[in-house]
Design a protein around this ligand. Structure first.
Ligand code: NAD
Length: 418
């Protein structure tokens, strides 16, 4: 492994890739090419803070592969962001877009910052400076950023505006996850959660479990976690536990999700809501439930808690929530795992719709978006399931093999330049 990328999340992504490459007998030359990113940029971002001082933040953009089209991937603002983590997330984006059949490669970006410690004006200056520094790499035909942990539609609007200022005209297709007013798509905000629910419903059906008897526990209550909770509870499942970075709440009778979403948005802590018992994230992950949905950060399910998980289905809304050792334990215990690159693909699928609408200047109705998302993600689920059964392997390996195979075919067809 190239030492610059060494990081637990990158090691996890590469170990998963090695497992799948081995299982599919991938040619050694392709293995070598796909293991490390195509292009990585590290930028220093000097920002004038509101008190007049200048602070320098570190930013990254990694393009893992672009054999199948422009690269696509979110932008993360989090204090733990570094080059290795961004590279791992970029690699997963390559397999995810290929698995869903989208004409993209994989990328990811990030800034090492806790956005909650910045004022709105500092956040805007940081975002605009980042956009200017990575400008040579991005664009609607090159690499298209989107939201991820710590970034919002407003951040995407600043990115789009800065990009547009550099070229001299409006380029809505330069980013996705934007506000509707500047070419965002209906259904994008809830797309990842909607996709998580669609594939989990297919898994419940496969396991012969009825939705009205289903209990759901969700770790993380940001964009993905809160929408997943809302859509699941509206569909008739009982959401019994939710959490954020400060801890969570449980109520075996079911939580009033619509009310919780409102109050959480207004900054009320779970502890102050008086709708259930407060518990730690570790306690939440080991609650007895039908479906457990990690929707926060990576490496949350490890050897330390995998034996204690009490779910029938693990639906990975977060990227890389399960370590390799924990994965093996859960497989042995018969937990049905919907791997991240499939479970959370709804976000990039609707981002693709947003980009297509921007490029064509022709906007779709919300029903069309939901229907097409459903069609693409459930087809990907059934393709993966069929492949896993045929090859007698896990859903994760089957999903990775399908994605890697598409990318390998593109490389073989294009050949090696020069
Ligand atoms: P977000 O910033 O909106 O929310 C993150 C949530 O996780 C917050 O509730 C936060 O409090 C919680 N959290 C952070 N650290 C935690 C910890 N140590 N323990 C428990 N909870 C913690 O981010 P998001 O966009 O909802 O993304 C969540 C996950 O989903 C990430 O892994 C992201 O990569 C993945 N994902 C997001 C999208 C998308 O469209 N936003 C698409 C695909 C995958």
């Amino acid at each position: 492994m190239i030492p610059e990328f060494d990081h637990p999340t990158y090691r996890l992504a590469v170990a998963q890739f090695d497992q799948a490459a081995e299982a599919m007998n991938l040619a050694p030359n392709l293995r070598e090419r796909l293991k490390s990113p195509q292009r990585s940029l590290v930028v220093g971002l000097p920002i004038r803070m509101d008190d007049g001082q200048v602070r320098v933040f570190q930013g990254y953009r990694v393009q893992h592969d672009s054999a199948r089209g422009p690269s696509k991937g979110g932008l993360r603002y989090h204090q733990a962001v570094n080059l290795g983590e961004v590279a791992a997330l970029a690699m997963w984006m390559t397999w995810k877009t290929a698995l869903a059949g989208l004409p993209y490669g994989g990328a990811k970006g990030g800034i090492t910052v806790n956005p909650n410690t910045l004022s709105n004006t500092e956040l805007e200056r940081l975002t605009r400076r980042y956009a200017a520094e990575i400008f040579p790499l991005i664009g609607p035909d090159k690499d298209i950023p989107a939201t991820d942990i710590g970034t919002t539609p407003q951040v995407m609007a600043w990115l789009m505006d800065t990009y547009s200022q550099q070229v001299g005209f409006s380029v809505p297709g330069a980013v996705t996850g934007k506000p509707l007013a500047i070419g965002g798509s209906l259904g994008r905000e809830e797309a990842t959660g909607q996709g998580v629910v669609y594939v989990t419903l297919e898994a419940l059906r496969k396991k012969g479990l009825a939705l009205e008897d289903t209990t759901v526990v969700i770790q993380g209550f940001g964009n993905v976690g809160s929408h997943t909770a809302k859509i699941f509870s509206e569909a008739g499942a009982r959401v019994i536990g939710v959490s954020d970075v400060t801890g969570g709440i449980v109520n075996p009778k079911g939580l009033p999700i619509a009310d919780i979403v409102q109050r959480h948005r207004h900054g009320v802590s779970f502890q102050d809501m008086n709708v259930g018992d407060f518990l730690t994230n570790d306690e939440l992950l080991t609650l007895e439930c039908t479906v457990l949905i990690p929707a926060a950060i990576s490496e949350q399910i490890t050897v330390h808690n995998a034996e204690r998980l009490r779910c029938r289905i693990l639906s990975e809304a977060a990227n890389g929530p399960t370590t390799l050792d924990a994965d093996a334990i859960l497989q042995d215990r018969g937990v049905f795992i919907i791997p991240d690159i499939l479970a959370n693909a709804g976000g990039v699928i609707v981002s693709y719709f947003e980009w297509v609408q921007d490029v064509q200047r022709f906007f779709w109705k919300e029903d069309d978006i939901r229907e097409r998302l459903h069609e693409i993600i459930t087809a990907a689920f059934h393709r993966t399931l069929g492949f896993a059964e045929e090859k007698k392997t896990t859903m994760r390996i089957a999903a990775l093999m399908s994605g890697i195979d598409q990318v390998a075919q593109a490389h073989t067809a294009r050949g090696l330049y020069p």
